[in-house]
Design a protein around this ligand. Structure first.
Ligand SMILES: NC(=O)c1ccc[n+]([C@@H]2O[C@H](COP(=O)([O-])OP(=O)(O)OC[C@H]3O[C@@H](n4cnc5c(N)ncnc54)[C@H](O)[C@@H]3O)[C@@H](O)[C@H]2O)c1
Length: 225
């Protein structure tokens, strides 16, 4: 988004990583700021509001809810603590961020919200039922927000990525698992972050004029709905 001219504010729990990501963009001549907060903690949102006020005079055109996380556990392995962490990280963070940012979005037709769900929301996997449910909630919340915010001319959609070779996925999977994944994808490769970024960019742009409340599944054909 920064490469296509957006002025971006990156928000993440990991203060060093988020500032490095922003400074890498600035080094390329792009406009990027960072703020560090726990998106699951309502008490930390004043930091986000302050950063938006400081850098963008309180206005946000596009919100991308991308923060999230997963654990590989079967039903019988899931502790109460892990269950609650999963829903806080994937679902509560998206709810709180949207509640905080929606008053900052103008009603002039530029407003877009894009939520990152997961293929797991549509296809069950025995090793991550809690993750799948927390991402199915993201799909559902996207529809409810689309309905609510249509009156304010704000379009809300979700993207459900298949396996994407991010650092976290590579760290969580061994080579054998990655090869298995590849074989399950008709396009013959895991996705790259840019494959998802392009779809988010479309949904966030004015080129998306009439799509709201939808979820685009981007998975190299791994399953089709
Ligand atoms: N990589 C995949 O294969 C894949 C597939 C489907 C969906 N997704 C989804 O895409 C999104 C990005 O995944 P990724 O692979 O880039 O993972 P990632 O771990 O690299 O990125 C997730 C980011 O969220 C941040 N985060 C987690 N909890 C937070 C909190 N409470 N407050 C603020 N920030 C927090 C982390 O610090 C991290 O920077 C996630 O929502 C993930 O569920 C990923």
């Amino acid at each position: 988004m920064a490469q296509r001219g957006a002025r971006v504010l990156l928000a993440d729990l990991d203060s060093d990583a988020v500032e490095k990501a922003a400074s890498d963009l600035r080094a390329k001549g792009l406009t990027a700021q960072s703020v560090s907060l726990d998106l699951t903690n309502p008490g930390e949102y004043p930091a986000l509001e302050k950063a938006v006020e400081q850098h963008f005079s309180g206005r946000v055109d596009v919100l991308v809810n991308n923060a999230g996380g997963w654990r590989f556990s079967t039903f019988d392995e899931i502790s109460m603590q892990e269950w609650e962490w999963m829903f806080r990280t994937n679902t509560t963070s998206m709810f709180l961020a949207t509640q905080a940012v929606k008053p900052m979005i103008p009603e002039n037709g530029t407003g877009r919200i894009v939520n990152v769900a997961s293929g797991a929301a549509h296809q069950p996997r025995t090793i991550m039922p809690h993750y799948a449910a927390s991402k199915a909630a993201v799909v559902s919340l996207s529809r409810s927000y689309a309905l609510e915010l249509a009156a304010r001319n704000i379009l809300v959609n979700a993207v459900s990525p298949g396996p994407i070779a991010t650092e976290t996925l590579k760290a969580d999977s061994n080579q054998e698992e990655l090869n298995k994944l590849k074989q399950a994808i008709p396009l013959g490769r895991a996705g790259e972050p840019e494959d998802i970024a392009e779809v988010i960019l479309f949904l966030a742009s004015r080129r998306n004029r009439f799509m709201t409340g939808q979820t685009l599944v981007v998975n190299g054909g791994m399953f089709m709905i």
